[in-house]
Design a protein around this ligand. Structure first.
Ligand SMILES: O=C(O)CCC(=O)C(=O)O
Ligand SMILES: [Fe+2]
Length: 200
């Protein structure tokens, strides 16, 4: 499968392949849109809350977890409800495992309904994730994905995650870089992102 290198306008490699790999057409356009519509209709979406400066707010996106039934899941001392794998999510997991040779035991689904939905700067560096790779599959509306160096906020890069694309994040990426999906003022159709993970 062709792999897209992360070169900037001057042909400089932005990230080493040890940290990021990007496959723009992991799923076909048609497969992706069919999956998007099926997930929008059938996933038991939840909107969780977050507390910022003592204010409780709704997370600006909908989420759902799926994973191995034999495993109990906690992240940062919070346990969360995990749905058992559906056949189609399990098949997707196997397809990603065949390509990457990594193994995953769970997937977090994020549903961005429009340009107002987003995910704020963060890294997926909870202790339960160790330094395992994360495979991030995007379907639907292309959205901008930004990286910012934790110690130098001027070091910032953006990448468009298109319909059917797969991004592998690995190595020390989560230790040194934060990422986010910013809100957009432009009209944005629905997008779902699936991050396949290994949680210990
Ligand atoms: O929607 C995305 O592409 C990123 C989601 C994300 O960063 C996460 O779930 O941790
Ligand atoms: Fe993340």
């Amino acid at each position: 499968m062709t792999q897209f290198s992360l070169f900037d306008d001057n042909d400089h490699l932005i990230f080493p392949e040890g940290l990021l790999n990007y496959y723009p057409h992991f799923l076909s356009e048609a497969e992706s849109i069919e999956l998007l519509n099926r997930l929008i209709d059938n996933v038991p979406w939840k909107q969780s809350t977050l507390t910022i400066q003592d204010k409780v707010m709704l997370t600006p996106r909908l989420t759902a977890w799926y994973g191995d039934a034999t495993h109990s899941y906690r992240l940062s001392d919070k346990s969360f409800e995990v749905n058992p794998w559906t056949e189609s999510l399990f098949e997707l997991k196997e397809k990603i495992e065949n390509l990457t040779k990594f193994r995953f035991n769970s997937v977090l689904l994020n549903y961005y309904r429009d340009g107002n939905d987003s995910v704020a700067w963060h890294s997926d560096s909870e202790k339960e994730l160790e330094k395992h790779p994360i495979a991030s599959l995007s379907i639907g509306q292309a959205r901008t994905f930004e990286f910012r160096h934790k110690k130098d906020h001027k070091r910032k890069y953006a990448l468009t995650l298109g319909n059917g694309s797969l991004l592998i994040m690995k190595g020390d990426l989560q230790q040194n870089w934060d990422h986010r999906i910013p809100k957009s003022n432009k009209f944005m159709r629905p997008r779902i992102n699936l991050t396949f993970r290994i949680i210990n």
